[in-house]
Design a protein around this ligand. Structure first.
Ligand code: HEM
Length: 499
């Protein structure tokens, strides 16, 4: 008899029987579980596969409703067949089943999702195949080695705290810029998403490179490197969606989108190198003690290549994520003026601790997370919810669906920062939810390395905004365009009144 490592969970949610078993080998007991090909999912047609469901009139035409529609129709596990090189995906909408895979994949987790970017970086490295390409695109031992090098510096609280003052200056400059852009009716002239991108790039720029990029200069030209870098960041997430998830023939032939993507990746690499080289020139004139040294300086002392790649990846991963979280938080506070007033009271009290501020941001990431789901490629076979999932299968965890579910968070659709503060006797207490129902920064050793940085940036800027402006929303629902990230799009019906 084989020795089998196994954990089993049985529960009933809605009408679906749930069983989760994780095995390194299949036992007689769970040989009953069905093959992954029997997992229910939208019907495939010859050639087009499941594409027609996403077209106007199709059941998945509204991207925001996809998880709800899938859950109602198929239950907590759904299969999407791959076509033309796009991977087959198993969509998990169950917290316990997600926990089973994420916990078991936590030794050296593989997060697919940037295959075409990885292809670009590996092709660029073809004469040095052993060189790393970075946390977003490396897997296995290469990823582990890179992450082990950067973790002690990027996750060091004292190092992150070094940036508090300069991030406050960035926030003050952004508030001044918003005042400058305000029209007579207190709305902002121009596109608020671009403005938030400029703030996010300036903020992550000071952390990644140790100096100001001057993105908030009122005379910043339209073709400035900062604005071009922002465009390439949007491009990378857009291309990941088009080439790496949707059906595309780029793996077999050079499609027009393939060439577009390669150009975008090249531009992003060159633009971030431009900023990194500028920062390195400035270091030459600085004489700093070890305590004052920032992330780039410390990484440069360890490994020049790792330092350059990490700085570039921060300028990539830290822009759209922080900008869209900011926009979502503005909206939720504008729609909930009593919460906004409570937050302002805490900020104006000048108290050192700001629990309500932190709770407001946590709640925004629950209600309107910028990353709706996460991904892993399985490193072994699993028995999940009665199905056998093979090794190397792509599994998506629908974390936004779970964090908005009444099964985990009472009054789930409401914005209630208090749920992160009340004690455990209160039904709203966040710990009543399954721990894997709320994962906005991912899970485990592969979770977001920029989490503390993002939190500090957002807390600093949100404080300054709420201190200076009463934010209102003048109508309609907020428009969210889900893609690789949840993008908040026009119209931006915000009013920023002086407090
Ligand atoms: C609100 C802001 C942000 C959110 C919600 C967010 C969310 C995430 C999520 C969900 C992941 C995947 C984790 C996993 O696979 O388990 C991730 C990975 C990552 N994030 Fe963030 N992120 C944010 C901001 C940032 C910032 C500011 C940086 C810059 C340092 C950053 C850098 C990264 C990197 C480099 C990875 C890949 C980590 C790895 O694979 O080892 N993120 N982020």
């Amino acid at each position: 008899m084989q020795s089998i490592r196994k954990s089993v969970c049985v529960a009933v949610t809605k009408n679906f029987n749930r069983t989760v078993t994780v095995n390194s080998a299949i036992s007689e007991e769970n040989a009953q579980s069905k093959p992954w090909t029997s997992i229910p999912g939208p019907k495939s047609l010859p050639i087009v596969g499941q594409l027609h469901h996403f077209l106007p009139g199709g059941m998945l035409a509204d991207p925001i409703k996809i998880p709800e529609v899938l859950y109602e129709k198929y239950g907590p596990i759904v299969r999407f067949d791959g076509r033309f090189g796009s991977p087959t995906l198993i969509f998990l909408l169950d917290a316990e089943a997600s926990a089973q895979i994420l916990r078991n994949e936590n030794w050296m987790p593989a997060r697919p999702g940037f295959a075409s970017f990885e292809h670009y970086r590996k092709r660029k490295n073809k004469n040095k195949p052993d060189e790393p390409t970075g946390l977003l695109t490396d897997h296995g031992e290469a990823w582990r080695k890179f992450r082990t090098t950067v973790n002690p510096i990027l996750l060091h609280t004292k190092t992150i705290k070094l940036y508090s003052k300069i991030l406050e200056e960035v926030a003050e400059d952004m508030v001044a810029r918003m005042r400058h852009l305000r029209k007579q009716d207190n709305s902002i002239d121009g596109k608020l998403d671009i403005e938030m991108n400029l703030w996010a790039l300036e903020s992550i720029g000071v952390v990644a490179l140790g100096g100001r990029l001057n993105c908030l200069d009122p005379n910043l030209p339209e073709d400035s490197p900062a604005r071009r870098l922002i465009q390439t960041v949007h491009g990378i997430f857009k291309m990941a969606d088009k080439l790496d998830f949707k059906p595309s023939l780029w793996r077999y032939i050079g499609t027009p989108n393939y060439y577009k993507a390669m150009k975008c990746y090249e531009d992003q690499t060159n633009l971030s190198r431009y900023f990194i080289n500028q920062a390195r020139e400035q270091y030459k004139t600085k004489d700093q003690s070890d305590d004052e040294k920032g992330i780039l300086e410390k990484l440069l002392e360890i490994d020049e290549n790792v330092a350059t790649i990490m700085a570039g990846d921060m300028l990539l991963a830290g822009v759209d994520t922080a900008a869209n979280t900011m926009l979502a938080t503005f909206y939720l506070l504008a729609k909930n003026p009593e919460k906004q007033n409570k937050l302002r009271e805490e900020i104006l009290s000048r108290s050192e601790q700001k629990p309500y501020l932190k709770a407001c941001i946590k709640e925004s990431l629950r209600v309107k997370p910028v990353v709706a789901g996460n991904l892993r490629a399985t490193s072994k076979e699993y028995d999940i919810l009665g199905y056998r999932i093979p090794k190397d299968m792509f599994v998506t965890f629908g974390h936004q669906f779970l964090s908005m579910s009444e099964d985990h968070f009472p009054r789930a659709k409401e914005y209630i920062p208090e749920r992160w503060l009340v004690d455990k006797t209160d039904p709203l207490h966040y710990r009543n939810a399954h721990p894997f129902a709320y994962n906005p920064f991912g899970f485990g050793v592969r979770s977001c390395i920029g989490r503390r940085i993002a939190e500090l940036e957002i807390e600093t800027f949100l404080s300054k905004t709420i201190e200076n402006f009463q934010i209102e929303w003048t109508g309609g629902e907020l428009n969210v365009r889900p893609a690789s990230l949840n993008y908040i799009v026009e119209p931006f019906n915000f009013i920023f009144k002086d407090v």
